[in-house]
Design a protein around this ligand. Sequence first.
Ligand code: CMC
Length: 429
Amino acid sequence: MSDQNATLTLGDRKWDFPVKNGTIGPDVIDIAPLYKNTGAFTYDPGFTSTASCESKITYIDGDEGTLLYRGYPIEQLAEHGDFLETCYLLLYGELPTPVQKQDFDTRVTRHTMLHEQMARFFSGFRRDAHPMAIMVGVVGALAAFYHDSTDISDPHQRMVASLRMVAKMPTIAAMAYKYSIGQPFVYPNNELGYAANFLNMCFSVPAEKYEVNPVLARAMDRIFILHADHEQNASTSTVRLAGSSGANPFACIAAGIACLWGPAHGGANEAALNMLHEIGNLDSVDKYVAKAKDKNDPFRLMGFGHRVYKNYDPRARIMQTTCHEVLNELGIKDDPALDVAIELEKIALSDEYFVEKKLYPNIDFYSGITLRALGFPAEMFTVLFALARTVGWIAQWKEMVEDPSQRIGRPRQLYTGATQRDYVDINKR
Ligand code: CMC
């Protein structure tokens, strides 16, 4: 808390509200007593100026283009760390020692298998179901299979549920993929690392030997690190809001997955690749840039712009490098989608419309090309995002549940509907 106050004047009355300082980032004006004192609410659709919670997990400086997990820059974690180390960091707040890391890896690995009866759950879905629809259903259904980790008042059960979700998401995601292409499910192989195991469950078949390419596994792992958390975005806020009622963690993560699905959020990677295909070739780039700038045209450059980043998304830079690494490793020399992406980025970064509105490529701009090169169909892109973000959602959910001042989330509204009126009999309307 600072010794500063913010003064609000309403008519001829004045109130002081305390100002709180974070360790970095903007101060917040604590308006919790506003309604009690003034009888008024604040109005901030889309929460553009509202801090919904206090958090110690992730920090973004959108103007500088900085992203820190527990204080560590994303660039350093992506270069030197691995995904499970990042998971440990997000969940426990510190980087693990070698012993802690080994213990954590083992604990996650022990939970990778899914209750066998859950496999039957999948056959209730149509083969052409979107895998995100399957994810929402199956992850929500985990609560029906793992009752022994749904008591949110028990710290041990909270941690078991957290490890279970980090461990089982790759298995569920791979099963959703295998189901959609009619191939048998592949069980987890605990000798493989987290990302390699996931690639193996997606791309191996029982009929032949499959060796996971370590360069591709490393790229997959890095993609997971980049997506692991992003402070109070729409899906994380959804998880927190769902969890604020005391709902079990599996249900909360299912709610987060549902929110992530939208094209303005996690669905943007799929939408960005579809857009690059729609543009098709370099000759059409100008036309689409013009469409994106046209106020009367709903078209937007997918993979561009961000609510918080008003600079280059630091994750997009790492993703761009990873994209080139993957294409090189696979010997993909000519990729029309990549050519279109590079040209589009070049034009947009120098175009007055995008410069003035501070619209830069976000993580999704290059992730679609990379994931497709790794062998995933576009419908799986958001699933991979959900898989990686699960640890962030859980860390944020745990932080909220463990906060003694936590209360149910209950926003207010500005009501502009009809005032009270009397019911009219149906024959008289
Ligand atoms: N193409 C063209 N114009 C854009 C774009 C875009 N991609 N993004 C924003 N604008 C314009 C927008 O029309 C508005 O113009 P004006 O001020 O003249 O009305 C201005 O820029 C501000 O946009 P906004 O929609 O008010 O900004 P927002 O913070 O509400 O939306 C966003 C952020 C990410 C939803 C938006 O930039 C967008 O729709 N981008 C495309 C989808 C996308 O790539 N999403 C992935 C986000 S990163 C991954 C994740 O976190 O999920």
